[in-house]
Design a protein around this ligand. Structure first.
Ligand code: 5AD
Ligand code: SF4
Length: 483
């Protein structure tokens, strides 16, 4: 269904008119098939659903099989060098398909498109279209241009685009969990990070369109939404609300919605709609947000709070704008305000000039927090970032790897510790489907985001909540039975 959501105030009448015309055209299937593959963060997967919607309006049908596609899009990630390498390897496979079918359109979307711009067309000759994250509305025109025998590039970044009025086509969906983008871009300028350059300035989406999208998902049977942004804690929307007539000075007052308000608005849709969110930033996460999480049972007790390093000098070089003490203060606030909250993190090892002693501070931070889960990376210098300009990437590869191996082992211990602590407890689980290994078991996640496996049984099915008594665990999974 390609329904338009409540129009965003930033979109004028003409665009609404155009959208409605496009909607009418969409009734006609143009007979062409779109295959889209996504890499990197959840935001990219969410963007691909917007792209599928924009092209569905023009009659493109999505296919899960690239060998039958007329248009192949690859939505790319630039965060580390190996992410880009993976995309280049995959592109080689697509270009083989193009040799067989010269009418095939191959496009590169997302962060690599934005980073490399038209250079991509020189490097990868068989690519036809290069489109940055803020230019997806232009895709139908760009495809037309390729059909006319030209190459097409649009990498303009925007200060306003949030695709608020576009109702995403849910790709690879189980009909239970969905991503909902609440903001775009990032203004933080962490020195290692390419995202501010590839995704542009931070802007928030109209809360009315967010709530409408979540309500629509709930009405269609979805039971969990994950609100997405690079830094959800800096979500901010100012709306002009009409003042009362007696207010002679100003008939317009400014109402501001922050992330805590938005969480509450989404939580109030239904107690049966679980609300998750990612990513929080240690410098911006407020007690108000923590109290909102604690107040509503359906806002999940799980926070992803990237630390990056446990050492204050390295955090300063990373331009994270907090130090070790500040981060610990935020962890303590979470523990105080939300009893039983799972916490996960991101860590980078071997950032410029990091000493063994400083690395030990990261290890001791892991000992302090005992994270439920962590994503851990070796520092990868990205062209154009502040760190690439200012600091030498001077930690030898073996040292980066040794430090990474050490923290991965440490995290394994803490993940297992956290899992074991759930044994004997009853977890409320939203059933997502059969477990990967067996159709005799269901899987679903607990409030704290742990994967739970339990036998299929009478009286419950995917999309429903069950209480599961946890009997044993691995480092990554809880195993139990419905009670
Ligand atoms: N090198 C290694 N890891 C990085 N990340 C971001 N940029 C880099 C980089 N240049 C990691 C951070 C971030 C996560 C999404 O990716 O830990 O939180
Ligand atoms: Fe990158 Fe930092 Fe923005 Fe996250 S907060 S996207 S790490 S610049």
């Amino acid at each position: 269904m390609m329904d338009l959501l409540i129009p965003d105030k930033t979109h004028d009448e003409s665009r609404q008119g155009e959208a409605l015309m496009l909607k009418a055209e969409a009734a006609k299937n143009n007979g062409r098939k779109l295959y889209i593959e996504s890499y990197g963060c959840a935001m990219n997967f969410s963007d691909s659903e917007i792209v599928a919607s924009i092209l569905a309006e023009r009659g493109f049908e999505t296919t899960p099989d690239y060998s039958v596609a007329d248009v192949i899009f690859i939505n790319t990630c630039s965060i580390r060098e190996n992410a880009e390498q993976r995309v280049r390897n995959r592109l080689k496979e697509f270009t083989v398909a193009k040799v067989k079918n010269p009418g095939l359109v191959v496009g590169v979307l997302g962060c690599m498109a934005e980073r490399l711009k038209s250079k991509f067309l020189e490097e990868e000759k068989l690519v036809d279209v290069v489109v940055g994250p803020d230019a997806y509305r232009d895709l139908p025109n760009l495809i037309d241009r390729v059909d006319d025998g030209q190459k097409a590039v649009n990498v303009l970044l925007s200060r306003e685009e949030t695709y608020a009025d576009i109702s995403p086509v849910r790709l690879n969906s189980n009909g239970i969990n969905a991503f909902v983008s609440i903001m775009r871009g990032c203004d933080n300028m962490c020195s290692f990070c390419v995202v501010p350059f590839t995704r542009g300035r931070e802007r928030s989406r109209d809360p009315k369109s967010i709530v409408a999208e979540c309500q629509d998902l709930f009405d269609k049977g979805y039971r969990e939404v994950t609100l997405l942004g690079q830094n959800v804690d800096s979500y901010k929307w100012k709306s002009k609300a009409e003042g009362s007539e007696s207010d002679a000075i100003s008939s317009v007052s400014e109402a501001e919605t922050n992330f805590a308000n938005l969480l509450e608005m989404v939580a109030l849709i239904s107690p049966d709609l679980r609300v998750r969110f990612s990513t929080s930033h240690p410098k911006d996460i407020t007690d108000e947000v923590l109290y909102a999480i604690n107040k509503y049972d359906n806002i999940c007790n799980y926070i992803h709070l990237p630390v990056q390093s446990g050492n204050s000098r390295i955090l300063d070089l990373m331009n994270r704008t907090y130090d070790r003490e500040w981060y610990i203060n935020r962890i303590d606030a979470i523990r105080r305000i939300i009893p039983d909250c799972a916490i996960s993190t991101d860590v980078i090892t071997g950032f410029c000039s990091e000493t063994d002693e400083e690395h030990k501070d990261t290890v001791s931070m892991m000992d302090y927090v005992k994270y439920d889960f962590a994503y851990m990376f070796k520092y990868s210098e990205r062209p154009g970032t502040l760190a690439a300009k200012r600091y030498a990437d001077d930690i030898p590869e073996e040292v980066k790897q040794k430090r990474l191996t050490e923290i991965v082992a440490k995290q394994q211990e803490y993940s297992f510790y956290r899992m074991q602590a759930r044994i004997g407890r009853v977890e409320r689980v939203l059933i997502e489907g059969f477990s990967k290994k067996s159709d005799k078991d269901y899987c679903g996640r607990s409030d704290q985001n742990a994967m739970v496996i339990f036998p299929v049984g009478e009286g419950y099915k995917p999309g429903e909540y069950v209480n599961v008594l946890i009997e044993r665990s691995t480092t990554a999974t809880l195993i139990g039975r419905v009670v």
